[in-house]
Design a protein around this ligand. Sequence first.
Ligand SMILES: [Zn+2]
Length: 402
Amino acid sequence: MSPSGAELLRQVKSQIEEVDPSEVHELMHEGVAVIDVRETEEYAAGHLPGAKHVARSYLETRIEGVVPDRSTQVILYCASGNRSAYAARTLKDELGYEHVRSMTGGITLWKDRGYEVVVPRALSSEQRERYSRHLLIPEIGVEGQQKLLDAKVLLLGAGGLGSPTALYLAAAGVGTLGVVDDDVVDLSNLQRQVIHSTQRIGIPKVDSAEESIHALNPDVNVVKYQTRIDASNIMEIIEGYDVIVDGVDNFPTRYLLNDATVRLKIPVVSASILGFDGQLSVFKPYEGPCYRCLFPEPPPPGAAPSCAEAGVLGVLPGLVGCVQALETIKLILGVGKPLIGRMVYFDTLNMELRIHKLRKDPNCPVCGPHPTVTTLIDYEEFCGLRTAPNSPTHAQTRQAAS
Ligand SMILES: [Zn+2]
């Protein structure tokens, strides 16, 4: 005869280890993975500080994403300690986790003991609907969507790359978008700069971008900077942003941006495009190389013959800019493997993607242990010859399309 539910629970509890809330409280900050196995609505109503959510019904498929190392100390809890007991047995016996315990009495006993419970802010009903497809993704959910709504992203340039990044980040619910651009909308922009429109020719790009962003998502706060970034204003503009999306069209700004963002430890999602080719990387200060690790010094002014625009396929910034938006969202959410220390090359004419590892320069003049570049410099305008893709100077000599 099969055991009754109560008997089965007794059996399961005899096969696993349990831990008292007081011990969990002491262990919380010591690298222990605390997992809430309740349903999404229960977790959203309040959970232990720092607890990760993996509903019991998704335990087998999602636990590895949250706790990849099976030797990690794992503590599971639910409402009263029963569901987490079953889940603990599954982790131990079927998935091979070595140190799994279930918290006695669940969050109910935890609360009775007077320990802290974190209640995530709720989304409005309109937001739940607007972001419903995000809420379904385990890597985002309500918590991730809140992170997006709290995030501040600065877009350098409301041009070719800035158009798709601004639109998709706005659509995703990134709460604050700063837009830096001193230009006005020109007819020749519209072949690729899809955030603007024919009726807006002649008006400042920051105003045009703001109109499109608000039309798409009124949740987004747009901060406009109708100016060019230089050494005198860069620190003031970029301070306080979580991520910077670099779509600038000139190398002096790129060096200046690198030097300033390393100083403020702000990650930069950097891309450039030309013709049918694009490239993209994430420069996260001190976690991977910075731009100067790759190219320590800008070429001297006048070293290259011409700064004439070489042209760009209109759809290319759409593709590369969308990847920038995606990497930005990964950085905000803290999920996946961002493109830190790697450069992706798009050869869209032959439709080939290549990813190259980038190395940190141990003697980097900016992010190395003994930095020599200690003041912000406005480099004179310079430009470079186009070189073969993948040559070390490729990134440096490309002209990003604005
Ligand atoms: Zn560096």
